[in-house]
Ligand binder design. Structure first.
Ligand SMILES: [Zn+2]
Length: 334
């Protein structure tokens, strides 16, 4: 397919392709000079408008699957708009949109998973228990010589900077690791002052700050997993199974064997006895339109409907059955 790139490229309209108030066509201004001499050739949007909805939607599914998933197959206007964007810019609207608006972090969060048929086993822990565990970890690091290590590091990398009156770059590289900047005030003390009351206080403060930073980081990780897999799931979202790591003495019972049951069920094409975590789309997430390929192209207009469908026995049975058939086929080919 030959893609015509027009100049100047006006990308300002790209995010608007799904905007209800958006006009259908940009108007093909480049053709205007030809008017009067010969009948104008049909504009790309006119050509698209002559096609039926099924053809349009399948074309969009090919060139821009992420956008196709967000648009109802009967919404000709939006499908045509997205195809126009593709023809004009030689790039999928979703890609353009991501290039323009997605930060690296957002892309990492919202990008598609690398593999299909993925399931996530999420070992969770009650916050109070987790915080205690994290505090103990810091104490353990202290008793295994964290301060000595930091002092050595401080001497070789940081001290020169300080004597040269340049700023310590705690935002960069290794310096931003938890457990270094927290001990800054202690580390810059002259050797003889480290044993004084003030030195001891600064050391304690460092330990407290490090514990606080570690707990904050753990919270951030939980938020990240929730956002990535439960609040902003893409249509290929994988099921997330929660396992409880709160009581470490019951690891085998709460984590080991359920994990094995879930994974072997999925591999063998059975439905795991444990339900995956429910999706919890947040308010910022606009209504998502999805088409379930597994169930013969059934269409869902809201994320809530889509979630209900994905968690339904019927859908899961269909998916499992398809997977079994695929595996059967693979076995027979061998
Ligand atoms: Zn389905």
């Amino acid at each position: 397919m030959v893609v015509e790139k027009k100049t100047p490229v006006d990308t300002s309209d790209v995010p608007g392709f799904c905007n209800e108030t958006d006009s259908l066509s940009d108007g093909d201004s480049t053709d205007e000079s030809e008017k009067g001499t010969s009948p104008p050739s049909p504009s790309p949007s006119d050509r698209l408008k002559q096609l039926d909805s099924v053809t349009l939607f399948s074309r969009l599914s090919q060139v821009d699957p992420p956008t196709a998933r967000r648009i109802h197959p009967n919404n000709r206007r939006k499908i045509i708009r997205a195809l126009e964007v593709y023809e004009q810019h030689g790039m999928a609207a979703s890609q353009l949109y991501q290039d323009q608006h997605g930060t690296e972090m957002e892309q990492a969060i919202s990008g598609p998973l690398r593999y299909h048929n993925v399931c996530v086993l999420w070992i969770q822990c009650q916050p109070e228990v987790l915080n205690k565990r994290l505090d103990d970890r810091v104490d353990d690091m202290m008793s295994r010589g964290l301060i000595k290590e930091l002092e050595e590091f401080h001497h070789s990398y940081n001290k020169d900077r300080l004597t040269n009156h340049s700023k310590v770059e705690y935002q960069l590289g290794i310096f931003q690791n938890i457990g270094f900047k927290e001990f800054h005030d202690y580390l810059i003390l002259p050797e003889e002052e480290k044993c004084t009351e003030q030195g001891k206080q600064l050391l304690e403060q460092g330990v407290d700050d490090m514990k606080r930073a570690t707990r904050k980081y753990a919270k951030k990780q939980v938020r990240w997993v929730t956002n990535r897999f439960l609040k902003r799931p893409d249509p290929d979202a994988c099921p997330v199974y929660a396992l409880s790591g709160t009581d470490i003495t019951r690891w085998e019972e709460n984590v080991g064997s359920p994990a094995l049951e879930i994974v072997s069920s999925i591999i063998e094409g059975r439905i795991p006895s444990q339900e995956p975590l429910p999706l919890e789309p947040n308010g910022k997430n606009p209504a998502v339109h999805n088409v379930c390929d597994a169930c013969g192209g059934k269409v869902f207009l809201t994320l809530a409907d889509w979630t209900r469908h994905r968690n339904s026995k019927r859908h899961r049975n269909t998916v499992m059955k398809k997977r079994r058939e695929e595996q059967e086929l693979l076995r027979n080919e061998r």
